[in-house]
Design a protein around this ligand. Structure first.
Ligand SMILES: [Zn+2]
Ligand SMILES: [Zn+2]
Length: 421
């Protein structure tokens, strides 16, 4: 029979790797909670128009990367390519604005984009993200960036550089867009095919083109920050001053525009040292008009998402030990099997991680299994032990063992318990 393999661009997270995965998630949750965020669990599927309206019809994501299919009733459904649109949809749908003066929400889970397969990019990838609704002040932007910095610090991730920019608002961005058109007008024929189209519909996107030639052509392009209206400029200055106050180091990158249409004012990326400039480990920005554009009340908002695979590639997972069942119960004979099963049930009720292998076998073969599972300790029950009312407790690392009265084994395991992480 032909073996079935995983789809190209998706990956399994196996034991040994999943522990670091969980560790990162837990760290993020703990830090988000300390900043007052609550979790929101959003669906993986949404109506396609949610993404085309929010991310933008002319973006790479909506044009070529979404997994979209017709539902049985003919409506178009899309596997979410990102989380923000769903969180905004939910915020509006459930009137969260009426329930709290502001909302701080975080989410995590898989996203789907049919990108060209390349190293470090997956078609099903994981993000941890957060959104804040109802606070338009520039200090909120700085607070979010401080939170991300603390998360990276707590994971001992170094060499991550924060870059920020302001991409203006609907008042000043058209001016900047025109300035870009004027600048690129006589270079049009030299731009890549994508950028020739972008020139017409959204020239800002030329600035983050991945082609090196376009990149060179854009080197002397006008800067967003030279075309900001006075409100956007003072917001941007405020963000920078607040970052200084919070002790968050950053560089200002006037070329940074995000690939999604909904951003206003602050845009940011955390560029990971070994990942290269194309691969931000976290990115986000302010999107003060999206709630209204999706049919909700005018509500300022700011948020970010972290690429979990990228974060993991920067994380030294050697710090996180794989969790093996610390106790393996070995039994010899049918009667001992009954006693072993009862003991296992008691251990589970006490929350002591433990396993047994019901296929029996010789002492040697069971010990070999315990060794393969890297169990820290083995409890051995045979006919002799049953008669004497004891069990043998073997420490697999120290290679020592002793007899313990059966009645005392749980207390003993608790005292010398070796929890995983
Ligand atoms: Zn503006
Ligand atoms: Zn280009």
């Amino acid at each position: 029979m032909k073996q079935i393999q995983a789809i190209k661009g998706v990956k399994d997270v196996l034991p040994g790797e999943s522990e670091a995965w969980q560790y990162i998630q837990k760290r993020a949750r703990d830090i988000f909670h300390s900043f007052g965020y609550s979790e929101i669990v959003i669906p993986i599927i949404e109506f396609t128009e949610l993404f085309s309206r929010s991310i933008g019809e002319t973006t790479d994501i909506v044009e070529k990367e979404m997994y979209t299919f017709d539902d049985r009733d003919g409506r178009k459904i899309t596997l979410r390519p990102e989380g923000t649109a769903s969180v905004v949809r939910s915020y509006i749908e459930h009137n969260l604005r009426d329930l709290a003066p502001f909302s701080k929400l975080y989410y995590s889970g898989p996203m789907f984009r049919r990108e060209r397969p390349q190293a470090g990019r997956y078609r099903q990838f994981y993000q941890i993200g957060a959104e804040v609704f109802g606070i338009g002040h520039y200090m909120m932007d700085a607070e979010i960036l401080h939170m991300l910095t603390l998360l990276f610090d707590s994971l001992n991730i170094s060499g991550v550089e924060l870059q920020i920019n302001s991409i203006g608002c609907p008042r000043c961005r058209p001016v900047f867009r025109e300035a870009l058109r004027t600048y690129f007008n006589d270079k049009r024929s030299e731009l890549c095919d994508n950028c020739q189209r972008r020139f017409e519909i959204n020239p800002l996107r030329i600035l983050d083109c991945k082609s090196t030639h376009c990149h060179t052509l854009a080197e002397k392009a006008p800067k967003t920050t030279d075309h900001l209206c006075s409100d956007c400029l003072s917001h941007f200055n405020g963000v920078q001053e607040s970052l200084d106050k919070a002790g968050v180091s950053f560089t200002s990158n006037p070329r940074l525009v995000r690939g999604l249409d909904y951003y206003t004012r602050t845009a940011f990326e955390f560029i990971g040292g070994s990942l290269g400039a194309q691969n931000a480990v976290a990115a986000g920005g302010r999107y003060d008009n999206l709630v209204e554009e999706l049919g909700g009340p005018s509500t300022p908002a700011v948020g970010f998402s972290i690429g979990v695979e990228r974060l993991l590639s920067l994380f030294n997972s050697g710090r996180v030990r794989r969790q093996y069942p610390p106790v393996f119960i070995v039994y010899l004979g049918d009667e001992a099997m009954q006693a072993a099963f009862s003991l296992l049930n008691r251990l589970h009720r006490e929350g002591i991680s433990s396993v047994m292998d019901y296929s029996g076998g010789s002492l040697r073969s069971q010990m070999r299994k315990a060794d393969k599972l890297k169990s820290a300790r083995v409890i051995i029950i045979g006919g002799d032990e049953l008669e004497k009312g004891v069990v043998v407790l073997r420490d697999m690392e120290a290679k020592t063992q002793e007899e313990i009265p059966a009645a005392e084994i749980i207390a003993r395991l608790k005292v010398t318990g070796k929890p995983g992480i």
